[in-house]
Design a protein around this ligand. Sequence first.
Ligand code: MLT
Length: 357
Amino acid sequence: MTGPLSTGPLSTGPLRTGPLSAGLSPGAAAPDGRHLLSVGDLGAEGIDEVMRLADTFVEVGRRPIPRVPALRGKTIVSTFFEDSTRTRLSFEAAAKRLSADVMTFTGSSSSLNKGESLRDTVLTIEAMGVDAFVVRHACAGVPAQVAHWLEEIGETRGPSVINAGDGAHEHPTQALLDCFTISREREQRFGSRAGRPLVLSGLRIAIVGDIRHSRVARSDVLAFSTLGASVTLVAPPTLLPPSLVGWPVEVSHDIDTVVAKSDVVYLLRLQNERMNEQFLPSVREYTATYGLTAQRARLLGPSALVMHPGPVRRGIEIAAEVVDSPASVITAQVANGVAVRMAVLYLLLGSGAPIGA
Ligand code: MLT
């Protein structure tokens, strides 16, 4: 097993204030290594640290008993105020594999329905003795606000907050697992891995679909560009953010040309739950113009990877046979998510002692 792990802060870079970070509340916690609110706080070094540690946890996951005592005695609460299957289960599996105690809170069956404020709910949970809050909310900025309330209590080292997706703002652990998946899959398929951040350097990554409403797109653009990839957004004008000032991306409306020259094609779901007006003439037309149909997938290069954060709507943004094709790494994304979240939890909450047998 490995020796002692780095105990350096998880967050190393300055808080991003560009348009990509719009939505962080004014009370956003400083990136002092206590919280993970934006992938932009990590910098290339921080992302690399998570990825290196995730390698170790992939190995732990393959053991007959995939569990280490690294976070024994710690309590992690998953506080999901919005629907989720994979992110919630992935965080809970990660915490359990590190031997942490896990509490599950679901907004729809809580005292919020009886009129309790979000702040009171958070402070009630904190009073039970919690080391980390994993927070998902439909509104951008809520994890940062929760971090602020917890810091106001004044404890020197109170609970950490991990953003598990806030509105259309950010989804930092999705971006980390996406970087990790690209790196591992390219290594396994083509044997290239010369210093991990360089693995994404120079890659051409296309993000296709509903960018406007996607927190995954925002976090991925930050992470991919930080690691040196060139990102092209492909979407109808109505599904692009109103302003792309400060986004390190190119934009195209010609999916066929982009698919043919991309190393990674990353599809996004049409996020109807965040659409408050009609953004498309019809779903059928969207699929014909921007979907990764089976015919269009024939344009992919031999080494290209196809990704999707899930949930996938087969036949809309991506054809069913493309989801199941060898180019698709969608299942690997889910599997890697557990190891990456273990790495994040360990770096935020671990004592710095060896992970253990
Ligand atoms: C998310 O939580 O943002 C998902 O992973 C992507 C989606 O909902 O389409």
